[in-house]
Ligand binder design. Sequence first.
Ligand SMILES: Cc1cc2nc3c(=O)[nH]c(=O)nc-3n(C[C@H](O)[C@H](O)[C@H](O)COP(=O)(O)OP(=O)(O)OC[C@H]3O[C@@H](n4cnc5c(N)ncnc54)[C@H](O)[C@@H]3O)c2cc1C
Length: 413
Amino acid sequence: MLITDQVAFEAESSLDVAIIGGGPGGSATAISLREHAPSLSVVLIEASHYDGVRVGETLPPPARSILDHLKVWDKFCRLSPREVFGTSAAWGSTIPADNDFFYMPANRGWHLERNSFDAMLAGEASERGATVVLGASLDDFEQSGDGWRLSLSTGATLRARFIVDATGAAVFARRLSARFECLDRLVGIVRFFEGDADDSRLFVEAFEHGWWYTAGLPNGKRIAACVTDADLVQHLKLGLIDEWERTLASVPAVASRLQQCKPSGALVIRSSASRRLEPVAGENWLAVGDSASRFDPLSSQGILKAMRGGIFASYAISSRLLRDDDSDLCRYRCYVSEEFKSYCEVRTKYYRDEQRWPTSAFWRRRHSANITNRSANGANITNRSANGAKYNSQGQARSASALGTNLNLTPQP
Ligand SMILES: Cc1cc2nc3c(=O)[nH]c(=O)nc-3n(C[C@H](O)[C@H](O)[C@H](O)COP(=O)(O)OP(=O)(O)OC[C@H]3O[C@@H](n4cnc5c(N)ncnc54)[C@H](O)[C@@H]3O)c2cc1C
C-alpha cells in the first residue's frame, strides 16, 4: 500500500518493523524483508514526496548485482540511467588519468536522477507488501512493552516491535544513546546545470582546499560540486556563488565540462563527513545506510553501501523477530564495523596520493598519521569497498566478489 498524502494510520496501527527514512537504505531493507520474511509486516515512513533536491548520483559497476538481488534491475533500466564507463581524475598531477570500468565484472556504472531512483525503490517496497507512507516524519517515540510507540508528523501513532533508522542522520538512534564518531567535517557545495555535452565520464580534480567533481546526469543535466571542509567553506566563502565560480575556474578539467552548460538553481550545501555510528544496533533497533556509517563521496559507494547494508539488516531483523535469535544482529554490527575499517584504509591511500599542497589545511588533515579508522574494531579486512570510486588509485584491488563484500549474504535458515 502506498500512502501518498497526509493520511493518518488507523489509531495505534501495530506492525512488526517500522523503517524511518525511504532513501536507498530504508527501501532496500523493506524490499529484502518482504522477500525473505514475508510474514513480517513492514511500514516505510518517508518525510518527502521525492520532489526536493537529492545529491549523490553515481552508481558504480558492482551495484548491478545488488539491483539484481533486490529484483529491481528491469525497473532500474526503465529509469534510463546514464551509463558511465569510467572516471578521469586530475589527482596528484594536473594531467588527468583515466580509469575505465572495462575490467570490472559489470563494465559500466550509472549516473542517476536521485528522486526517480529513490521513488522507484520505495514503490517496489510498496508492491512487495510494505506500507509506504510519504510526507510523514518521525516526531516522537517511546519504548512500550517489548517494542516502540511512534508519533508521526501527520498526527498518526503506531506501534512497532523493531525500528530501522534509515534517516541518513541517525535521527532515531541519536535520541537513544548512539553517537557519531567523525573522521572529518567534509561538505559538498553542489550546483546543477542544464545542457550537458556528450561526455558522461566522471571528472575529478584536486585543488588546494579539497577537490571538485562533475558528472553528466540523465535528461541532459550535469552536476558539479566543490568538496572541502566545513570551516574552509566559511573561511574561503565558497558558499557564495561568485567565489564558488571563481574557484571553479581554477580547476580546468572540471570547468571545461561546464562551458556549454547553464546553471539551474542555487548552490546546495550537503554534509558528507566520514563517520560511523556507535552503537549501530540495539536490542530492537538498528541503523542502516548513512545513519550507520557515511563514506566520503570520493568513494561513490554511499548508495551501494546503503542498499547492501539494508539487505544484511533484513536478515538480522528476521532472525531477531522470527527466531528470537540475536546472533545476526551481532554479525550486522561486526559487518558495519569491518566495512568502515576497510573504507578508512582506502580513504587514507587515496588522499595520500595527492601531495601537491603540503601546507594546505585540507590536505594536511588527511595526511596526518591518525586519520585511519579511530572507531573500527581491528577485524581482518580487505580493500574491497572502493570499486568504481570517483578516483581510483593505481593498483586498486578489483573485487571478484559479486556483491562487493566477502560477507555471506544468504539469509540464515
Ligand atoms: C556531495 C555528495 C556527493 C555524493 N556522491 C555520491 C555518489 O556519487 N555515489 C554514491 O553512491 N553516493 C554518493 N553520495 C552519498 C549518497 O548520497 C548517500 O550515501 C546515500 O544517499 C545514503 O542513502 P541512505 O538511504 O542511507 O540515506 P538518504 O539517501 O539520506 O535517505 C534518508 C531518507 O530519510 C528521510 N528522512 C530523514 N529524516 C526523516 C524522518 N525524521 N522521518 C522520515 N523520513 C526521514 C529523508 O527524506 C531521506 O529520503 C554523495 C553525497 C554527497 C553529499
